[in-house]
Design a binder for this molecule. Structure first.
Ligand code: ZN
Ligand code: ZN
Length: 421
């Protein structure tokens, strides 16, 4: 599952489709309630869409809509010019703002649309220092989202730079339009009744995760070219997918789109080697064609054809960054996979392919996990970190076996899709 921030756009697709999308985000994404505050993190390039979201949120009864504007260009200027002291700190007032909205039970929409190459020219040490500072500062806030104490959703809209990365041969306007077309399809807004389509899709995901929950595999065995990895699963692990339920009992969709069912791996029981199958856009830098080797849950060896230094910083971000906190299964029939594009944006790419995440696990992926303290979570094998970075390992060549509690193995995935009938 993808976690948090950034992005942009210009309105060229039909206004009616955009209105349907905005409604989907508010009704199925955060499921906004009467008298609730809504916080939207939006790229400045997407001002029109952000305003449309705000208007609809008020119409649906929101008491206040606050927009956190983000701007790739300004972010880059800061990296180029600000002192180390500024880069290595995160403003208190921003932390307090997010925490106070969360305490008030606000809902959070994060529009994710960063230029994948934005920070290519910036020293990766500086980028790592800034994300570390944000990670530490936002620890308390992150617990609200990762434990579903509030409702939240991550979505995307096109920005010129991002769209040009996917459609380099097209002029800026055309590229943005092409990306809108793809997003509209992937979030099912091209369908007559997107909200009904999401209800049906959530039901399918629920069927898949319920079957896995009944199985209670003790491990999954992933096999593909360059991959032979055994992922132990914690006792009483819980598979989830599609809709989630907040502490207040509000049903919401944390990611739009989402095609995965996922659970927490056992942080001390991962062994073998795994190879990436798509590039990873991490904080404005690409890591590509990389391989990680695990022993007893920890990465003991790694290499990358592109972005190895960035990967090194990522793995060294903190103690938990070199262990995994998620394993997710996505069949190759997913509309994101079928689009045939690489989006350089985790929200989409992770929904095209089986993936695992370095860093923090969702405590809700083990029974009673949301109520456990750090020591209890560790004892149950649930990883902690200030990072959570998904990367893609699935392909049509991937087979996955599940190891039952009695040690026998059975097929879960064959050739990139469900082996279950
Ligand atoms: Zn995931
Ligand atoms: Zn994830």
């Amino acid at each position: 599952m993808a976690l948090n921030n950034e992005g942009s756009n210009s309105i060229m697709v039909e206004a009616q489709l955009l209105e349907k999308y905005a409604e989907l985000v508010l009704v199925k994404g955060i499921n906004v309630q009467k008298e609730q505050a809504v916080v939207v993190s939006a790229p400045i390039e997407g001002a029109d869409f952000a305003r449309m979201l705000a208007k609809k949120a008020y119409e649906l009864g929101a008491k206040n809509v606050h927009i956190n504007w983000g701007d790739d260009e300004l972010a880059k200027l800061k990296y180029e010019h600000a002192s180390d002291e500024v880069i290595e700190s995160y403003p208190d007032w921003q932390v307090q703002m997010m925490e106070s909205f969360a305490e008030d039970g606000a809902a959070f929409v994060s529009i994710h649309a960063t230029d994948p190459d934005l920070l290519q020219s910036i020293d990766s040490e500086r980028v790592a220092a800034a994300s570390k500072a944000a990670g530490v500062a936002l620890k308390t806030f992150r617990e609200y989202t990762m434990n579903d104490k509030v409702t939240w959703t991550v979505i995307s809209i096109p920005t010129v730079a991002w769209a040009k990365k996917i459609f380099p041969e097209q002029a800026a306007e055309q590229a943005v339009e092409s990306l809108w077309d793809e997003i509209i399809k992937m979030v099912r807004v091209d369908q007559e009744d997107p909200i009904g389509a999401w209800d049906a899709h959530n039901d399918l995901l629920e069927k898949a995760y319920k079957r896995l929950n009944d199985k209670q595999y003790i491990a999954l065995h992933l096999k593909a070219p360059g991959t032979d990895l055994e992922i132990g699963l914690p006792k009483n692990h819980i598979w989830q997918g599609g809709a989630a339920v907040s502490e207040q009992g509000v049903v919401f969709n944390p990611n739009l789109p989402t095609e995965e069912v996922f659970t927490a791996p056992h942080k001390y029981k991962v062994n073998g080697t795994v190879s990436s199958t798509k590039p990873l856009n991490y904080g404005g830098n690409l890591i590509d064609e990389f391989q990680l080797t695990f022993k007893d849950g920890k990465v003991v060896d790694y290499k990358a054809n592109q972005g190895e230094a960035v990967l090194k910083h990522l793995l060294e971000a903190d103690e938990g960054a070199s262990r995994i906190g998620e394993v997710a299964l996505v069949p190759d029939e997913s509309p994101v996979s079928q689009s045939g594009h690489i989006f350089y944006n985790t929200l989409f790419d992770e929904n095209a392919s089986c993936h695992i995440a370095l860093g923090k696990a969702y405590p809700t992926n083990v029974k009673d996990g949301a109520e456990m303290n750090e020591a209890a979570l560790d004892e149950h094998g649930v990883n902690d970190s200030m990072i959570h970075v998904d990367f893609m390992v699935g392909s049509v060549e991937m087979d996955i076996d599940g190891v039952l509690p009695d040690g026998t193995e059975e097929a879960v995935f064959r050739k990139g899709t469900w082996a279950f009938k």
